[in-house]
Write a protein that binds this ligand. Structure first.
Ligand code: GLY
Ligand code: GLY
Length: 313
C-alpha cells in the first residue's frame, strides 16, 4: 500500500515579496482540497487533481482561470491538460476563451472525445455543447494582469513566466492513491503579451504534464517555449526511468533547461511509490503537498515548512 499524496505548485517565476503570502495560502488550500477529494468516498486521483486546480484557477494570486495573464489583444486565452497514469488517457485545451475552469474542459476532452487536444473556437464550441457555461472575460481579468500587460507593452519586462516580475504562474497538481494510481492536471493563462493563438507547454502532453503509473507524474511551469523544446515533463520521467530519485530528476530537468536554453522552469513530481520531487531554477516557486496529517510547503529555494493539519481528509 502506498501513502496517498496530493502535490501542487502555483507557478515558477521572479515572484515579488508581496505576492509570497497569497501564493503560500493558495497552494496550501489547493493541496488540502485535492487531498479531501482523493479521500472522499468514491474519490480518485482525477477528482483530486481537478479539485486542487479549481482552487488555484479561482484564486487571483495565480496565472490560471481568474488571474490569467493577457495576450497582446488584452484578452485571456487559457491552456490546460489532464492525464491519467493508469491508461495514459489525456485531454487538453489550447487558447480557450471565456470559461471559468479550463481544466474542466480538458477533462471533458479526455472523457468525451477520441482526441487529446482541442483549441480555440472548436474547444469553446465543444465546451458549450457539453454544458460548460460562458464566463465573461471581465470576470477572468484582474488589475494585476492588466498592469502586467501595460508594463510589457512599455518594454518594462524580464522574460519570465508572465513577462515582467513573474508575479503569477501556471498552476498544477499531481496525485497518487493507495494503489499507486497517478494523475496530473495543469492550467494556465500562458505568458503576458503572447500573440493571440499562442499555445504553450501546458496544453502539450509530455511538456506541461505527464502521468504514467509505471514511472510517475509531473507538472511543469516556467518558460513555455523552452519546456516544449525539451519535453520537460517527459524528460524528468525519463531521468527516473534511468534510476534517478524523483527529487533529483526534477531538479536536474529544470537545471538542464536553464543550462541549454537560458530560461527558467519549475516542476513537481510524484514517483509511482509516492516519492516527492520539487525543483525550480527560477527565483521562487510556490508548492505544497498533503500527506496524512501533514501539509508541507515552501516558495524559496531550500525552504520546507510543515503544518500539522488535524483533518486527515
Ligand atoms: N481522449 C482521448 C484519450 O484519452 O486518449
Ligand atoms: N508555462 C506556461 C506557458 O508558458 O504558457
Amino acid at each position: 500500500m502506498i501513502e496517498p499524496v496530493v502535490l501542487v505548485h502555483g507557478g515558477a517565476g521572479d515572484i515579488p515579496d508581496e505576492r509570497i503570502q497569497p501564493k503560500l495560502d493558495g497552494v496550501r488550500r489547493a493541496a488540502k482540497a485535492g487531498y479531501k477529494a482523493l479521500m472522499a468516498p468514491g474519490g480518485n486521483v482525477l477528482d483530486a487533481v481537478v479539485a486542487a486546480v479549481h482552487i488555484m484557477e479561482d484564486d487571483g494570486a495565480f496565472n490560471a482561470g481568474h488571474g490569467s495573464v493577457l495576450n497582446t489583444d488584452g484578452e485571456v486565452e487559457m491552456d490546460a491538460i489532464i492525464m491519467e497514469g493508469k491508461n495514459l488517457h489525456t485531454g487538453a485545451v489550447g487558447a480557450l476563451k471565456d470559461v471559468q475552469h479550463a481544466i474542466d474542459v480538458a477533462r471533458l476532452v479526455m472523457e468525451k472525445t477520441p482526441h487529446c487536444l482541442l483549441v480555440a473556437d472548436g474547444a469553446k464550441r465543444f465546451a458549450n455543447e457539453m454544458g460548460v457555461p460562458d464566463y465573461p472575460q471581465e470576470n477572468l481579468i484582474t488589475s494585476f494582469a492588466k498592469d502586467a500587460l501595460s508594463r510589457h507593452v512599455k518594454g518594462n519586462t524580464t522574460v519570465s513566466e508572465i513577462g515582467w516580475t513573474g508575479g503569477t504562474g501556471t498552476v498544477g497538481a499531481v496525485a497518487i492513491d493507495e494503489n499507486g494510481h497517478l494523475a496530473v492536471a495543469v492550467s494556465t493563462g500562458g505568458t503576458t503579451g503572447k500573440m493571440p493563438g499562442r499555445v504553450g507547454d501546458t496544453a502539450l502532453c509530455g511538456c506541461g504534464g505527464y502521468s504514467d503509473d509505471r514511472v510517475g507524474a509531473v507538472s511543469t511551469t516556467g518558460h513555455g517555449e523552452s519546456i516544449i523544446k525539451l519535453n520537460l515533463a517527459r524528460d524528468i520521467l525519463a531521468r527516473m526511468e534511468q534510476g534517478r530519485q524523483a527529487q533529483c530528476a526534477t531538479a536536474e530537468g529544470c537545471d538542464n533547461l536553464k543550462e541549454i536554453l537560458g530560461f527558467t522552469a519549475g516542476a513537481i513530481t510524484l514517483s509511482n511509490r509516492g516519492d516527492v520531487g520539487v525543483g525550480f531554477s527560477s527565483k521562487r516557486m510556490s508548492w505544497a503537498y498533503k500527506k496524512g496529517h501533514e501539509v508541507h510547503y515552501g516558495i524559496d529555494p531550500g525552504q520546507h515548512m510543515i503544518d500539522h493539519d488535524p483533518k486527515c481528509s
